[in-house]
Structures are given as structure tokens and as C-alpha cells.
Design a protein around this ligand. Structure first.
Ligand code: TF8
Length: 337
């Protein structure tokens, strides 16, 4: 276990450069740089969590690992940044599970609509054995999953009409993440969905290419979607986890101690990020209404109808992903309640 007093001790230099000329016997710690990119902007808890990770890693490695942070999709969208990890053009990104499913299809199970009943249950399942089982599938893709962070419960916005029931989804052009399950679920609800990278979303709403989108309140508010959207409903249709990903080749090149440090820092920064995220999601619904958006509450009956409409899609994906692993997730969810 790691102690929290990273900065104070002696620098542990267990990778001496043995081939450097030899005039000086000074051991040199190889300087490493983590280029970490995320999709959301610098006011979002995702970025605040990343800054915490930077602080912890730099302090605990005595600066031997530097963390450079990039927000707002400066390094690309979730998919291209994840590819960047595989190619070695960046070392860290924190995508939603939906785009990760394009690399490891099993991850789609976390995006089953109405799967997680609460954030607390999600924490227990993701931080437990089942969550680890999914992280263990990542190295095959040259990715290492260090921790689950939180994007959160997704809620629908649009610029056409208030949405109270499945009926109201009819014909709405909704941007979805680039994930087949999302696409099919929105079709089943009667919407007309289009997959699109997050980085293109604001302009698409502004230009009317899409009528709406779905993301947690924090994203809706902090990305200023209220400037181009009129209506918000608490559909809470999907709980989106984030996964803290590191390039596997980079991770393998770290010393064992450094691997422990980055892993522990990702977990600790994740706790902090989840806390900020929950506060933000609570606070920003009121702010969205203050900005002039109408808010529509989804009744339990209306939500039940949505659950029924998406069920065939879930059955199809459970078969595709493997009923066993889907059952395992469902059992863990039940046990956590
Ligand atoms: C989406 C996701 C994104 C995040 C972030 C950009 O709608 O919810 O907000 O994955 O990395 O694309």
C-alpha cells in the first residue's frame, strides 16, 4: 500500500541509466511525460479530477513523471484519443464506456438503459469484482483501465418540444454517442438518432442538424447547451461511467512503484471527481432552468413504458455480448442494493 506522503521521502531511483558515458556516477531518473486528454472543458469535474491526478502523480514521483493536461477534445474525441493510446501518441484519456465498446464490445453492458438504479450501486459494482473483470479485458487492446470515474445519468435535451413520454420522442433527431446500442435504443424509443463525435455536437445543435442530445446536467450546463436547446427532461435513461485509460505500452514501461502510484492516483482522483460530479449534477438542473430551459419530469409510468420499449434491444445485445456476463452484472447490481 502507498502512503500519502509522496513528496517527502528520498527519490527512489530504481532505473539508473547505465549507458550514459560513465564520467559521472550520478543515477538518473528517466523523465516520463503523460499526455492526458479529455473531451469535456476545463470547468467540468472531469478536468478537475484530471488536475488532481496530475498533482498526486507529480508529487509522489518527485516530478519523475510529468502530467500534461488537455481538455475540450484538444487531442481528439473519445474514440480518436483511445486510438491515440494504442498508437502511443498520448498516454491517458477518460472516455465514456459507450465508445470503449467499439474496442471491447462487452463494455456495452454498462450502457444498457435503466441498468443502474443509483450512483452508489454503480460505485459498488464498478469498483468491485465485476468492474475489475471488465478492466481486465482492456490489455488485449493495448489499453490499461486504472479506475472508473463518473460521467453520470444521462438526460435528454432538445429544441423542439418538452419530452414527457416515449410518444414525445417521435421523430426527434437525437445525436447519440458512437455506439450501436445507443443508436438502437433511441430508435426503439421512436427517435431518429444520429451517431456523432462529442466534439461536433454543439455546432450540430446550433445549425439544427440535430434537434437534441443526451448528457448529464453538468455537461449540458458547462458546455452551454442551454444556448442552443430549449427543453430538458430527467430521463435518466443511462448511467455513463468514465474509464480512466492508460496506454499499455506506456504503463508497461513504468517501474512497479510508478505503476502503483498512477493506479492509486487514478483511484483517489476518481473519488474526488465523483464527489464533484454529483454536486454538479445536482446543482446545474436549477441553473439550466434559470437560463430559460423548460424542465419536464418523467413520471414512473412514463419511464416504465420506456423500459419496455428498449427491452428487445437489451435482449439482442445480451445475446451478442454473452448472457453470462450480463447476468453477472445484473446479479452484482442486485446484491449491491
Ligand atoms: C458524449 C459523452 C462525452 C464524454 C466526454 C466528451 O456525449 O457523454 O461527454 O465521453 O469524454 O459523447
Amino acid at each position: 500500500m502507498l502512503t500519502a506522503c509522496g513528496g517527502g521521502g528520498t527519490a527512489t531511483e530504481d532505473t539508473p541509466e547505465t549507458e550514459t558515458g560513465g564520467e559521472t556516477a550520478t543515477e538518473q531518473v528517466e523523465q516520463k511525460t503523460i499526455r492526458a486528454g479529455i473531451g469535456l472543458n476545463d470547468s467540468h469535474p472531469q478536468y478537475k479530477g484530471l488536475l488532481k491526478f496530475k498533482e498526486l502523480v507529480e508529487e509522489r514521483t518527485d516530478g519523475a513523471i510529468e502530467v500534461q493536461t488537455y481538455h475540450s477534445g484538444q487531442l481528439g474525441d473519445d474514440r480518436t484519443m483511445t486510438e491515440g493510446l494504442q498508437l502511443g501518441s498520448q498516454e491517458v484519456t477518460i472516455p465514456s464506456t459507450a465508445p470503449i465498446a467499439n474496442f471491447v464490445p462487452e463494455f456495452s453492458v454498462f450502457d444498457f438503459p435503466f441498468l443502474f438504479p443509483s450512483e452508489e450501486v454503480a460505485d459498488t459494482v464498478l469498483d468491485g469484482e465485476v468492474g475489475q473483470k471488465f478492466l481486465d479485458m482492456l490489455p488485449d487492446q493495448n489499453l490499461v483501465g486504472l479506475a472508473y470515474w463518473e460521467n453520470g445519468f444521462r438526460d435528454l435535451t432538445n429544441s423542439v418540444r418538452p419530452v414527457a413520454t416515449a410518444e414525445d420522442f417521435k421523430g426527434l433527431k437525437i445525436r447519440t454517442m458512437e455506439n450501436d446500442l445507443h443508436l438502437e435504443a433511441f430508435r426503439a424509443l421512436g427517435a431518429n438518432p444520429t451517431p456523432m463525435a462529442f466534439t461536433e455536437l454543439f455546432a450540430a445543435m446550433q445549425q439544427g442538424t440535430v434537434d437534441g442530445q443526451e448528457n448529464p446536467y453538468a455537461t449540458i450546463y458547462l458546455q452551454k447547451y442551454h444556448e442552443v436547446q430549449d427543453h430538458v427532461s430527467n430521463t435518466h435513461h443511462i448511467y455513463s461511467p468514465f474509464v480512466f485509460l492508460m496506454s499499455k505500452s506506456f504503463f508497461d514501461g513504468l517501474t512497479e512503484e510508478q505503476q502503483e502510484i498512477v493506479k492509486e492516483a487514478a483511484l483517489e482522483a476518481g473519488d474526488y471527481q465523483r464527489e464533484l460530479n454529483r454536486e454538479a449534477n445536482e446543482q446545474y438542473l436549477a441553473d439550466l432552468q434559470e437560463e430559460g430551459m423548460t424542465f419536464t419530469e418523467i413520471t414512473p409510468e412514463a419511464r416504465e413504458e420506456m423500459v419496455e420499449l428498449v427491452q428487445p434491444v437489451l435482449d439482442k445485445y445480451a445475446e451478442r455480448i454473452g448472457q453470462d456476463i450480463v447476468d453477472e452484472v445484473n446479479n452484482a447490481i442486485e446484491a449491491a442494493q
